[in-house]
Design a protein around this ligand. Sequence first.
Ligand code: IPE
Ligand code: IPE
Ligand code: MG
Length: 236
Amino acid sequence: MSEKKNSLEHIAIIMDGNGRWAQKRNLPRAAGHKKGAEVVKEIAQEANKRGIKFLTLYAFSTENWNRPKDEVDTLMGLLRQYLKSDFSELQKNNIRIRVIGERNMLDKDIVAQIAKLENDTEQNTGMVLCLAISYGGRHEIVNAAKKIAALVKKGDMSESDVDIKLFSDMLYTQDMPDPDLLIRTSGEQRISNFLLWQVAYAELFFSSTLWPDFTAQELDEIIENFGSRERRYGKV
Ligand code: IPE
Ligand code: IPE
Ligand code: MG
């Protein structure tokens, strides 16, 4: 048997369990979100250290807009704070920031801050830290279909040009490889509208750890587990 480990370029994580983490400590849900935000940079540094090229983190879904207003406000406040926080450590490590999702649903100042961060780190050649904010996989796919329809209607493209590669290029994740590994924390075993198209052949890993308790060490263990999996892609 071959000893060769699977190559791992792209990890995607559904960071779930902030609310339950707080509840267990009799704290408001906001405290869980705050702690959860702190874990993000630690995990990004670890993934970068491990030579991962893309790390995509699900921070806020299109469905999360349906939470009570005070929780949405808390999350947007934390996001604002996070986007304005000190990124010098990430810069030093050559990390590039990228954001995917429905930007038109976000406040203008947040959109501007995202554009600034993307711009400031554009020249970095290290790991891409891709934040999924106001992101929904179905929205992304519908938007791609609309873009294609418009191009065909304009006569810039014909129906026969549409294939898997072209469709992929119309998604927010254009020019990113598909995730090799999808991790979800908190024990829930579902996709919750995350990267629906892109996870077609991702290896799934469900951890019972609540996101605020997730550590670099656990990430290493999951990477180790991934290495020993057999990826068949429908072949024998
Ligand atoms: C994940 O934690 C963060 C977001 C979805 C924004 P949750 O807020 O979903 O925490 P639980 O699932 O209620 O514990
Ligand atoms: C998914 O978690 C979204 C994020 C982690 C950002 P949710 O907590 O919103 O998902 P459901 O509602 O349990 O499916
Ligand atoms: Mg949740």
